[in-house]
Design a protein around this ligand. Structure first.
Ligand SMILES: Cc1ncc(COP(=O)(O)O)c(C=O)c1O
Length: 392
């Protein structure tokens, strides 16, 4: 069947973080939200049917994975990424951020250093500092085309100088939209192995990879599995974030034991029943929906790129290799941090993510979530251009 991603679905009044909490978060009531990373699209039809059936059954008792959800996820990764996680590697978690926090407690001691690459999804530093550990960043560097790269000399220097124990890899990278190449992943792995650094690869955006780029599960790049935790979830791919399920794959028995012990300490045990139903159905039946969605998202990306080139050429949109989150360099406008945000929020009535929350090197950037109907994106871009026009 054909899906209509142009349909505008009113999400207000659904406890939506994106749409229902503007005032609580200091935003104007009539703000247009393109911030938090969920999509304004309905999940695949089969998922909705499965959830309807589960609701009609009417009993929402304690649940666990009888094999269906985990196996559907593993089959997906075998087919899409030639990655073959085994049933015993699978550790359930309510979310990837929860898993990142668990990994910090499992693999580091208080005050130990964890490495991240700013600008990066802000909970990466959040879960480290909240657990009383130290954040060390090896910032990404930008080339003349606005593409971000790893400074491998600095990456290794930071590991050695700070005795880093854990590296949180964002692959594909939110917010800079990079899909790391095989060579880059190989080099990351070689360095981390040399210095006995555990790698937690957050691959939640792995199904959104554009053009000729290809996602590689980190532990398939080389023999990296014995120091790697792979974090996956159906939540970004199929728009199920509110159902709180993710699959963490840990091949190494020692790392898995430590991770599971940290999980026990948190008191987490059973899965969300409806999350399990949705996960199984999405991974089994969601391929066609995803194929159509990908085309739509690529067209949104190109629409945004062309719009900015035409209407606001002074700002630069970072080439988007993966994810549905665009990263826009507003520094050439010359506005202070405050003026930039005031214009966007107060004049434009637009709710984006301020680049600074992703780390110091994100200052002057804005992140757009383009997983919305084209008409919504067009409205947002018109507001953006209007708010930033110099004569305003
Ligand atoms: C890189 C990355 N990891 C994790 C998450 C959130 O994962 P979860 O909702 O499973 O905690 C997001 C959401 O935007 C993300 O971009």
């Amino acid at each position: 069947m054909l899906y209509d991603f142009d349909e505008i679905i009113d999400r207000r009044g659904t406890n939506s973080l994106k749409y229902d909490f503007a005032a609580e978060r200091g935003m104007p009531a009539d703000v247009l939200p393109l911030w938090v990373a969920d999509m304004d699209f309905r999940a695949p039809r089969e998922v909705l049917d499965a959830l309807r059936d589960a609701a009609a059954h009417g009993i929402f008792g304690y649940s666990d994975d009888g094999g269906g959800g985990g196996e559907a996820a593993r089959a997906w990764f075998r087919r899409e990424f030639a990655y073959d996680p085994q049933p015993e590697w699978t550790v359930k978690s309510p979310g990837v951020v929860f898993a990142l926090a668990t990994a910090v407690r499992a693999f580091t001691a208080p005050n130990d250093a964890t490495l991240i690459q700013e600008p990066v999804y802000y909970p990466f530093s959040g879960v480290v500092t909240a657990n009383g550990r130290r954040v060390v960043s090896s910032p990404l560097v930008i080339d003349a085309d606005g593409r971000h790269h790893i400074d491998f000399d600095d990456f290794e220097r930071q590991i050695v100088a700070n005795d880093v124990k854990l590296f949180l890899l964002c692959s594909p990278h939110n917010p800079v939209g990079r899909v790391w190449t095989l060579a880059e992943l190989q080099q990351i792995g070689d360095i981390c192995r040399r210095h006995r650094v555990v790698v937690v690869a957050d691959e939640i955006h792995c199904d959104f990879v554009w053009d000729e780029n290809r996602h590689r599960v980190f532990s398939t790049v080389a023999d990296f599995a014995d120091f790697t935790v792979v974090c996956t979830a159906p939540s970004k791919t199929f728009n199920l974030a509110g159902l709180q399920t993710s699959n963490i794959f840990i091949a190494d028995a020692g790392l898995r034991r430590r991770f599971q012990q940290a999980l026990r300490v948190s008191g987490y045990s059973q899965l969300n029943q409806l999350g399990l139903v949705a996960t199984e159905s999405a991974y089994r039946h969601g391929r066609d929906w995803l194929t159509q969605l990908r085309k739509y998202l690529v067209a949104n990306r190109d629409f945004m790129r062309d719009f900015l080139r035409r209407e606001l050429p002074v700002v630069k949109m970072t080439p988007l290799e993966g994810t549905y989150l665009t990263w826009v360099d507003c520094r050439p406008l010359g506005f202070s941090h405050r003026e930039l945000n005031d214009r966007i929020i107060q004049r434009g009535k637009l709710w984006l993510d301020d680049g600074l929350i992703f780390g110091k090197s994100g200052a002057g950037f804005q992140r757009f979530n383009i997983a919305c109907p084209r008409a919504t994106l067009a409205e947002a871009l018109n507001r953006f251009a209007g708010a930033l026009a110099k004569d305003n």
